[in-house]
Design a protein around this ligand. Structure first.
Ligand code: CA
Ligand code: CA
Length: 355
């Protein structure tokens, strides 16, 4: 069992372990409501999440970009064959990322050719709160977090903690600033599919979640490096909102890049640099649901043409780093999975549209 299955839990447990090692008097079994150990968190007691003046959203330059009926920008993913999967030797990755073994990268192997078939469009950005609200209002939709009495994840400012699950949190409330321009979170795979189905009916086209292959093709933007802008984790802040110096200042001994991307939590969509194909926020901001069932050895037998995951399974794939993720989870090849009814305050989605 690799680390990725419990990536979400790991984030909370990281706080849990940190708390146990520090001044918190008792460590209960409540691993979903845990205080970060931050000696200077008082300096950052605000939820710094406003638009920094130095970041302006770049204009979309692709003349083939498509605007849909709810204000999304979608970009074509042309017919192409790319190399999918691990782009470094597993031993090399284990050496670079402390705490990881070569086996932790097993599900990214082998690297293999994947062909994206009939041209499709993929969202240039993550689905926003404002776009999701249009769906909720049109369908009177209740997300799973709102329906099942379990709630979602969020930031409890009073206790200065990330809470993994509480009924007060949903896509409408995360405890940190979420305007209509921020990526929607606390949505399950099922919620994301319901959104796509609504958009399909609305426009008479087929919208769905991207396959894992489509997602990685879009993320790589033609590259075979760890990130779409190279192999240096410190350059991640050019292309994504990740666990950075501002997050580390607030949450203590977080595994983070040294640079400051300006956001502790989510950032409004599209503020970071696009990759060569024009896609934004693939490496950071929020992780993104994909359509596929997850198979840990799927790459060993995946077809070249339009691989779309195992036929059935327990977990759905999600891809890409998020605001709380260290560089190892922000790599183009990284794979993550969780049950489709899970919801987190760092997990959203983008859409694919068939032509
Ligand atoms: Ca950040
Ligand atoms: Ca993302």
């Amino acid at each position: 069992m690799s680390f990725r299955q419990f990536r979400g839990v790991t984030f909370a447990q990281w706080f849990f372990v940190t708390a146990c090692l520090s001044t918190v008097p008792s460590c209960s079994q409540e691993s979903s409501s845990l205080p970060p150990d931050s000696s200077d968190s008082g300096k950052n007691s605000d939820t710094k999440n406003e638009l920094p003046p130095q970041r302006k959203r770049p204009a979309v330059s692709n003349p083939k970009a498509m605007q849909n009926s709810i204000g999304m920008t979608l970009l074509p993913l042309s017919r192409e064959t790319f190399m999918m999967g691990i782009d470094k030797l597993p031993e090399e990755l284990a050496k670079q990322f402390a705490g990881f073994d070569p086996d932790d990268f097993a599900d990214e192997q082998p690297a293999h050719a994947a062909h994206i078939g009939p041209p499709i469009y993929l969202g240039a950005y993550e689905v926003t709160v404002g776009q999701f609200r249009q769906f909720v209002d049109a369908e009177n939709y209740k997300t799973e977090a709102e329906q099942d009495g379990r709630g979602g994840g969020g930031y409890d400012a009073e206790r200065d903690r990330i809470v993994e699950r509480d009924t007060k949190y949903s896509w409408k409330n995360t405890g940190f600033p979420q305007t209509d321009e921020h990526p929607v979170v606390n949505v399950t795979w099922n919620d994301a599919v319901a959104f796509c189905d609504w958009l399909s009916r609305k426009e008479g086209k087929r919208y769905r979640l991207p396959t894992e292959a489509e997602w990685e093709c879009a993320c790589r933007g033609g590259t075979r490096t760890m990130y779409s802008n190279g192999d240096d984790p410190e350059r991640l802040t050019e292309v994504g909102n990740v666990a950075d110096a501002s997050a580390k200042a607030k949450f203590g001994d977080l595994d983070a890049v040294r640079g400051d991307d300006g956001f502790i939590f989510t950032a409004p969509f599209g503020l970071f640099g696009a990759n060569a194909y024009g896609f934004h926020d693939m490496h950071g901001n929020v992780s993104e649901w994909c359509q596929d069932w997850y198979g840990d050895n799927y790459y060993a037998y995946a077809p070249v043409d339009n691989p779309s995951g195992t036929e059935t399974g327990r977990f759905r794939v999600y891809r890409g780093g998020a605001w709380n993720d260290p560089p190892v989870f922000c790599r183009s090849a990284d794979r993550a999975r969780i049950e489709p009814e899970y919801r987190y305050c760092y997990l959203g989605f983008r859409v694919a549209c068939e032509q």
